[in-house]
Write a protein that binds this ligand. Sequence first.
Ligand SMILES: [Zn+2]
Ligand SMILES: [Zn+2]
Length: 335
Amino acid sequence: MSAPEKLLHPTDRGLYCPAGDFYIDPPRPVARAVITHGHGDHARPGHGAVLATVETAAIMVARYGAETIGKVETLAYGETQQIGAATVSLHPAGHVLGSAQVLIEGDGGRIVVSGDYKRRPDPTCAPFEPVACDVFVTEATFALPVFRHPPADSEIARLLHSVALFPERCHLVGAYALGKAQRVIALLRRAGWARPIYLHGALFALCELYERLGVPLGPLLPLPEKSKDTLKGEIVLCPPSALADRWSRRLPDPVTCLASGWMGVRARARQRGVELPLVISDHADWDELTGTLSELRPEQVWVTHGREEALVHWAGTQGISARALDLVGYDDDAE
Ligand SMILES: [Zn+2]
Ligand SMILES: [Zn+2]
């Protein structure tokens, strides 16, 4: 094992740091976990102890209940904690509220585990902060040159243009409950949409939590009783799974929209019956991934999940040694 691999290496329970005896985003319950962010494939219940940002800890409690989280310790961005022979600190990843890159320093150098991240501005979370390191552990969800996401503001402008064109219809936007829904709402507010935004019941808890944690989202309302008349010309948000279910039949002739990085793939939009695909991603696209590696110039890149091959190959062409970790249990679809 090389020096960095002694400090951190993949196991069947996820990335493990023997010096501090902890795992990062373990897919199964462990005694001690460091959690990068609140998405379900990274933050799971049942660990003995959890170290995360205040926001990620609050998101885990809201989703799973305090009794399932174990002992919770929190770190502010940039604050360090000694765990055994490892020093750990958390740095903004720009993915969702509270999302963090984990910097581990110890015998073996400096390793940054970025979790999921993006480089685009997002009004609902702190921007990604480049952290100098020997090894950078990156995701590869959109790691193909075909993935180049447009600016989110222009996607929101397309949505508002459609709302103006079809005043008799309602616009139903599918957005993941953690991160994407709040980002879409905040982007709509920034674009001048001051009217109430209607929410599927499944989106309220996390929107309220975002507001409590200091992210204003403006007026949000549950669906009214007589939806068909009152929702003409309005915007309604729901989880992607609700787009096609019976619930949406209460809406007046909805224009079905879905906010996802995958909407850049036309076949995916068609498959899901999406009339207005909105390419809004909380993951780095190809330019953001390669730009980040160029900026950090780590000695080594380890790729966790997604389309590893292209990124590993690209790193090689830049003289950065790279390899895929083949971690299982992460769902790159759910963003
Ligand atoms: Zn995520
Ligand atoms: Zn993920």
